[in-house]
Design a binder for this molecule. Structure first.
Ligand code: NOJ
Length: 532
């Protein structure tokens, strides 16, 4: 079994994690000093969000050079030292690769927009009208009105799926495809363990389609994977494709035509929150039932939150309305087709629900991806624009700036959360490490227990259907054994009979306790049981 199929991932925002040089921005030097926390937590692989040179109009997802480090994060040397330290501590690291588009400040685009005859013109997608590819949806609905932007200087429109400051690369151009392989080679040569690849459904455009998931895109991704397997065997690729499960399946590829080792499972995420809000397992059971089996050696990457809005693209309009009404009653909490809040505030800081969601994350199929700060129940800052409110400085201690930086508070890239409930004096790593009952300690206990329970990697899922709809109970089974996960999605205690098993079950989280016959789950309770 390859490591990635049963790994715990941790999404780390370098700007937000730890500031080593006191300039108010997180950097690689600061990160190095804090890796002990992740090792202690049981993280197997860190995912670093973009740290490339960038004007930071989309927080680094607007790359202006693929071959360097934004000066705020340090130098390439600092990156290498961080990678070394991650490896020394027994963890792996994957980095974000933003291959669909560049920043408009990338030298390629600056040159391409100089004139219609520029030798770089064909690196991007141009048109003299906005009428091409009209069946393509707009993703950043709150800011963009078209996927075309007019370039005054050269008198044509260029194509962009995200902000107009992020022109899409033209993958029909072999030189672009080649450049991307060079980029991949550069970073893999530095010893990283793989990539999380951004926005992959949109690489190619074809008239008469929605310009997503095209056969040409799959072909190129297969070429990319062959390149990685041939020159860097063992490195992994994780796909960010916000799509339905049946459209995601092809991104794993097939034997002989592989694509990704892991794909994020976007549709299950909002349904976990929906199930708790409705006290009904139905939406989760349905989406998991609609999730096709995936090829051997691949895995879903599952998550509760990430650095973006909690996306509601993969739910019906009725469900979206329900989720907005329930979890984002104020319009400023909404963004595009999603909700720009962190996990703890979403569930009103109800410890029981935070734990319940994590229990689902760790026991349902998939490799869990934690988002920095959620392990201590960090809050958000809704007064900040865009998604910045869920990207505030990590809260390490009750020292000034939450221990994130020694800079003057007004020099920080973002204010530290400082409200009475989620502020750094209440919520921080240091105090939760000292407290055996803290959320951090509970999540760590779940992480370590999951890592010791091999069946949770690839074990097949079997539902317990005969129980009340307020429960979400299932087996995971394979040659490693069986595991029974019990969840109460409701605010009322529920008692029910366990599937018969002689002599009983061992409660894995409360080590040693044996459970027989009936079980009483408190409101939002959960149990992890192993037949004995
Ligand atoms: C997906 C990333 O997660 C998001 O943060 C970014 O804005 C878009 N892709 C564009 O790169």
């Amino acid at each position: 079994m390859s490591w990635h199929t049963n790994a715990i991932f941790y999404e780390l925002y370098p700007r937000a994690f730890a500031d080593g040089d006191g300039d108010g921005h997180g950097d690689f030097a600061g990160m190095r000093q804090k890796l002990e926390h992740l090792q202690w937590l049981g993280v197997d692989c860190i995912w670093l969000t973009p740290f490339y040179p960038s004007p930071l109009k989309d927080d680094g997802y607007d790359v202006s050079s693929y071959y360097g480090v934004h000066p705020a994060f340090g130098q390439l040397e600092d990156f290498k030292m961080a990678v070394e330290e991650i490896h020394r501590r027994g963890m792996k690291v994957i980095i974000d690769l933003v291959m669909n588009h560049t920043s408009d400040q990338h030298p390629w685009f600056k040159e391409a927009r100089r004139s219609k005859d520029s030798p770089m013109r064909d690196f991007y997608v141009w048109s003299d009208t906005q009428n091409r590819y009209r069946d393509t949806r707009i993703i950043f609905l709150d800011t963009e009105t078209s996927n075309w932007a007019y370039d005054e200087g050269s008198g044509e429109y260029y194509w962009h799926r995200f902000y107009s400051s992020q022109p899409d690369l033209n993958y029909d151009n072999p030189a672009v495809r080649e450049e991307m392989l060079n980029t991949i080679r550069f970073w893999l040569d530095l010893g990283i363990d793989g990539f999380r690849i951004d926005a992959i459904p949109y690489l190619f455009e074809r008239e008469g389609t929605n310009c997503e998931n095209l056969p040409e895109t799959h072909q190129y991704l297969q070429e990319l994977r062959r390149f990685v397997d041939q020159h860097y065997p063992g490195r992994v690729l994780l796909a960010e494709a916000n799509q339905w499960p049946q459209d995601l399946l092809p991104y794993f590829g097939e034997p002989g035509a592989e694509e990704f080792h892991l794909c994020f499972h976007f549709p299950v995420m909002p349904r976990l929150y929906m199930a708790i809000a409705r006290e009904d397992r139905e939406s989760v059971v349905r989406i998991m039932t609609e999730t096709p089996p995936i090829p051997e050696g691949t895995q879903w990457a599952t998550f509760l939150r990430n650095h973006d809005e909690l996306t509601l693209e993969m739910v019906s309009p009725e469900d979206r309305k329900f989720m907005w009404d329930y979890y984002a009653p104020e319009s400023r909490q909404r963004l595009n087709l999603g909700i720009r809040r962190r996990l703890a505030p979403l569930v009103e800081n109800d410890r029981r629900k935070i734990e319940l969601l994590h229990s689902l994350l760790f026991t349902l199929p998939g490799a869990p991806v934690l988002y920095y700060g959620d392990e201590i129940g960090m809050g958000d800052n809704i007064s900040l624009p865009d998604r910045n409110g869920v990207r505030t400085p990590m809260q390490w201690s009750n020292a000034e700036n939450g221990g994130f930086s020694t800079a003057r508070p007004d020099a920080l890239y973002s204010p530290v959360i400082n409200d009475p409930v989620f502020g750094y004096t209440q919520v921080n790593v240091e105090s939760q490490r000292e407290d055996a009952e803290s959320l951090l300690q509970t999540i760590r206990h779940m992480v370590l227990t999951r890592k010791n329970t091999a069946v949770l990697g690839l074990g097949r899922l079997e539902w317990l259907h005969d129980l009340p709809k307020e429960t979400l109970c299932f087996w995971r089974k394979d040659e490693n054994g069986a595991f029974l996960a019990l969840h109460n999605l409701s605010a009322r205690p529920i008692t029910f009979a366990l599937p018969e098993f002689e002599p009983g079950y061992e409660d894995l989280l409360k080590t040693g306790e044996i459970v027989r016959e009936t079980i009483a789950l408190p409101a939002y309770g959960y149990r992890w049981l192993l037949p004995r």
